[in-house]
Design a protein around this ligand. Structure first.
Ligand SMILES: C[S@@+](CC[C@H](N)C(=O)[O-])C[C@H]1O[C@@H](n2cnc3c(N)ncnc32)[C@H](O)[C@@H]1O
Length: 244
């Protein structure tokens, strides 16, 4: 069986280098996630934190905050360790699947569990279980904030959005703006999501759900002030808070 795409060193490095180019709303999503973090955070957990780009901004913005980065990919964790070296003592790294019970790695109570572009890889029951674990560890008044790929409820709108992004990817695959392994990953994304539109998705694929469905998951596990903080095209920042 082919190795999971995010576990290949070259793909991880290619994503790290090109993320703000490939993901047209990369920085806006990060801005909206950070805007939803409660004031004076003590601990931020980044679930599926990849190469540490979001935590780098958090550690810079809040000089007293500590952070935990959880990711299933050794290559991404290596990149994150390098990026966040200067914050040694304030950040811990753990190789875990979001489907695992990762709560035992925490040595303090998180003010926020954040995530970007990772949770959509989980199937619906896995997402619900993951959100529930987040809720169970959050401090009173803490926030679960997921800035992720979501689908429109209307199939034709969803498909058009995928085609729009795929069109941008196709240009990048040939114009030299991304590495060869990343170009290959983009071509595979187009194949899975556009050419095979509507086919069943399994865990690890892009298991897009609507933002509203996911906000219902948030409500069902007891989070309050549940809302969409920002949204555009295929992306939304979904927020829920632990009661104070
Ligand atoms: C598209 S990258 C996004 C990385 C980072 N959050 C960012 O925004 O730059 C997806 C990340 O999610 C991680 N990931 C995907 N599925 C995962 C899972 N089931 N458990 C843990 N991490 C996962 C991948 O290893 C990868 O680091």
């Amino acid at each position: 069986m082919a190795e999971y795409r995010w576990n290949q060193h070259e793909t991880a490095a290619g994503y790290d280098a090109a993320a703000p180019l490939v993901h047209p709303r990369y920085v806006e999503v990060q801005d909206a996630v950070m805007a939803a973090v409660p004031a004076n955070p003590a601990l931020i957990v980044d679930a599926g934190g990849g190469s540490g780009r979001l935590l780098e901004r958090c550690l810079e913005r809040w000089p007293a905050v500590h952070a935990v980065l959880i990711d299933q990919s050794a290559p991404f964790l290596d990149l994150a360790r390098r990026r966040l070296e200067r914050f040694a003592g304030r950040v811990a790294f753990h190789q875990r699947q979001l489907q695992d019970d990762w709560r035992s790695v925490l040595t303090a109570t998180p003010t926020a569990v954040v995530s970007t572009s990772a949770v959509h890889h989980l199937e619906p029951p896995e997402k619900r279980a993951f959100y529930s674990r987040c809720q169970s560890v959050l401090a009173p008044g803490g926030a679960l904030i997921n800035g992720d790929e979501v689908r429109d409820p209307d199939d034709s709108v969803y498909r058009k959005t995928l085609e729009w992004w795929a069109g941008r990817m196709q240009v990048m695959e040939t114009d030299g703006s991304v590495s060869a392994p990343m170009a290959d990953a983009l071509a595979k994304w187009r194949h899975r999501n556009v050419e095979r539109f509507g086919e069943p998705r399994v865990s690890g694929d892009d298991c897009h759900e609507t933002a509203e469905v996911q906000l219902d998951y948030f409500r069902s596990i007891g989070l309050v002030n549940v809302r969409i903080g920002w949204e555009s095209e295929l992306w939304a920042v979904m927020i829920g808070e632990q009661p104070a």
